[in-house]
Design a protein around this ligand. Structure first.
Ligand code: WTA
Length: 631
């Protein structure tokens, strides 16, 4: 998408206003007052946020900015798991439920804060026993089960850097992420459940560790009966690893700037980027936003539907809510299995009060009809939230009416893997404008600018940028400093989010979509490069280009243009073959919906494929500036 592709909405804004009691009772209070207080002294603001956590040793300075590298909470010592677990156990939440989990077939598990701490410590001790040390990378490739969360926390407990890979990725995607991170250990499970079927994960791991010499041990959680065999000497049983370990484990004292985790996000060119987050600032940012943006309170039952394998899961299934001592519900079940009422049934059964999901899910439910939620009493809901892509006004209205009962505020949170925490939203209690995410949260300086960095006039489109460092910002791209610097140099001296946006006259920001070739399919970021290289790794393919085309439910879907090798003939059979090939190498989320065989692809004179032209052609739009086109 380019700057010219979107129309600026000029009609009179329409607002929804939550009952004033929401603002009165919210942690944030009045947005303008809170924002002005932040602006008057940003350092004091972030110091106060950090004071909501327990530090082993206090920091001596809030932030040092050596462009484009920021360091936060200098010389402060902390462990995020101490803050997520121990301090709640010590402060009266020992027997409060930390995690409620529900499996597809209705199995249920609950862990109190004290139980969760014990499990985490036992696994942490087990990991130490097999040689995992502070700073080592550990890859976690698991389904959405409590052990996935336990594994993340166990790593953080001992200072190992986790690199969680979404359980829906295929062999190549996993292999690339293991190799780039140099993971010593891979923690996985035999299978994950999807619509009543077990999907085998272990064979994917077995293939993915070939040519990944850093891997010494694979820890396998065996869920199925009869238990899968552990083949090589490398493989260790998850439960045996914990079995005889003590249930206490001193939390490693981490410097605020030590890495906490790596999380890969798709790039537009080349390999996925390992986004690095640091212990101190990430803890502060996720604690703050879970409390003040999602307004989570002591008695809430909180459900964020994201997979912990994505950043939303890291920040708002695991760390943010646990830092706040919340009760977190999560589930392995898909939204439409056994039927399209399952999520609403779960909200009723668990009394969910804060519900955080994605526009693609909302649109899927819109399509199946409001009779499904209407069957269930959803009056426990207090706050709704959305993330991942623009919440279009139709989806906003449906969510507001049919799920929120015209009562619950909708918090549309804009942020990224790189930002670690929410950046732009409409705070609880403030007037909501459908289609617009909202305004920068207290703590964040953001704006919409042109390519020279000048703020655009209200009503105009431009690039969304963040103008000052924030605590949970990425500290780097693993093994790729140049790529890190690009975030801060594409537009001079500010962080470029690579999203296009429009600023309204009321200050609200509407996020339009990506300015690059990243395709967001059902809320998952798909790099064109990853799909294209999967396609050309197929023996029949010479060249490939993929684009996103609009889809009413998933936001976008993938269309591939393929040039075949000499002697190959396009057929329906080959189309399904290619789709399957992408499915196995990158994963089901990256599978093209459509494959078209072509004789040539539009390229620049320097040989770069002009996906913009393909897309414009496909959608019947103006082809734009073609001066760089080869012929
Ligand atoms: C998009 C997910 C509009 C955006 C937390 C961003 C959104 C990318 C919103 C990051 C939103 C996320 N409105 N667009 N509320 N939230 N996006 O790294 O294009 O998986 O750049 O992080 O998702 O995706 P990521």
């Amino acid at each position: 998408m380019t700057e010219q592709d979107f129309a600026v909405p000029l009609e009179a804004p329409k607002y929804y206003r939550p009952d004033p009691s929401y603002r009165e009772r919210s942690w944030i209070g009045d947005y303008q007052t809170a924002y002005q207080k932040f602006v008057s002294d940003p350092e004091a603001f972030w110091k106060a946020r950090a004071a909501e956590l327990d530090w082993f040793e206090p920091f001596d300075e809030v932030m040092q900015w050596d462009f484009p590298y920021a360091r936060w909470y200098l010389n402060g010592k902390i462990n995020i798991t101490y803050n997520c677990l121990d301090r709640h156990v010590k402060n009266g939440r020992a027997n409060k439920v930390a995690l409620f989990w529900r499996g597809e077939e209705g199995e249920e598990k609950a862990y109190t804060y004290s139980q969760l701490l014990r499990q985490v410590c036992r696994l942490a001790n087990g990991l130490k026993r097999i040689g995992v040390k502070k700073g080592d990378r550990v890859c976690i490739y698991m389904p959405v089960i409590p052990e996935q969360v336990v594994a993340m926390l166990a790593c953080a407990r001992i200072g190992a850097v986790h690199s969680v890979v979404f359980g829906g990725f295929g062999v190549n995607a996993l292999n690339q992420r293991i190799r780039d991170s140099g993971s010593r250990v891979v923690i996985t499970a035999d299978s994950s459940m999807r619509r009543g079927k077990a999907i085998q994960l272990k064979p994917i791991v077995e293939e993915a560790v070939v040519n990944a010499p850093s891997v010494e041990t694979i820890v396998v959680l065996r869920r199925d009966e009869p238990r899968v065999e552990l083949h090589s000497e490398m493989e260790v049983d998850f439960e045996e690893l914990m079995e005889n370990e003590p249930h206490t484990c001193e939390a490693e004292v981490m410097d605020a700037e030590d890495p906490l985790f790596l999380l890969y996000t798709s790039g537009t060119t080349g390999a996925p980027k390992g986004i690095v987050h640091a212990c101190g600032g990430y803890a502060v940012g996720t604690q703050y936003t879970t409390k003040y943006v999602l307004d989570v309170k002591e008695d809430d039952v909180y459900w964020c539907t994201a997979d912990p394998g994505w950043i939303t899961g890291h920040s708002y299934v695991v760390y943010g809510p646990l830092l706040n001592g919340a009760t977190v519900f999560f589930t392995e079940s898909t939204p439409d299995y056994p039927d399209a009422g399952i999520w609403w049934k779960l909200i009723r059964d668990y009394g969910i009060s804060v519900f955080y999901t994605a526009p693609t899910a909302i649109r899927m439910f819109m399509r199946v009809g409001e009779e499904w939620p209407a069957k269930y009493d959803l009056s426990s809901l207090r706050i709704l939230a959305s993330v991942g892509e623009p919440l279009n006004p139709e989806a906003f209205e449906w969510f507001y009416h049919h799920i929120g009962g015209c009562r619950c505020p909708i918090v549309d949170t804009w942020w990224q893997t790189e930002t670690g925490m929410h950046m732009i939203t409409t705070m609880v209690g403030e007037p909501m404008r459908p289609g617009f995410a909202g305004q920068p949260i207290p703590g964040v300086f953001a704006d919409v600018v042109d390519s020279d960095g000048n703020p655009v006039e209200p009503g105009n489109g431009g690039y969304l940028v963040i103008q000052q460092p924030w605590p949970s910002m990425l500290r780097g791209v693993y093994n790729n400093d140049e790529r890190y610097r690009q975030y801060w140099t594409t537009i001079d001296s500010v962080y470029t989010a690579t999203d296009l946006a429009v600023k309204g006259h009321d200050g609200n920001i509407m996020v339009i979509g990506r300015a690059d070739d990243l395709i967001i399919v059902a809320g998952h970021n798909i790099g064109t490069a990853e799909v294209e290289s999967a396609l050309v790794s197929h023996e029949a393919v010479a060249e490939a280009a993929v684009i996103g085309t609009p889809d009413p439910v998933k936001g976008n879907q993938i269309k591939a243009f393929v040039i075949l090798r000499n002697g190959q003939v396009g057929s329906d059979r080959l189309v399904s073959d290619l789709r399957y090939h992408v499915r196995m190498t990158v994963g089901p989320i990256a599978m093209p919906n459509e494959v078209e065989f072509v004789d040539s692809l539009p390229k620049t004179r320097s040989g770069k494929i002009m996906r913009r032209v393909l897309r414009a052609q496909e959608l019947g739009m103006d082809l734009g500036d073609l001066s760089t086109l080869e012929e």
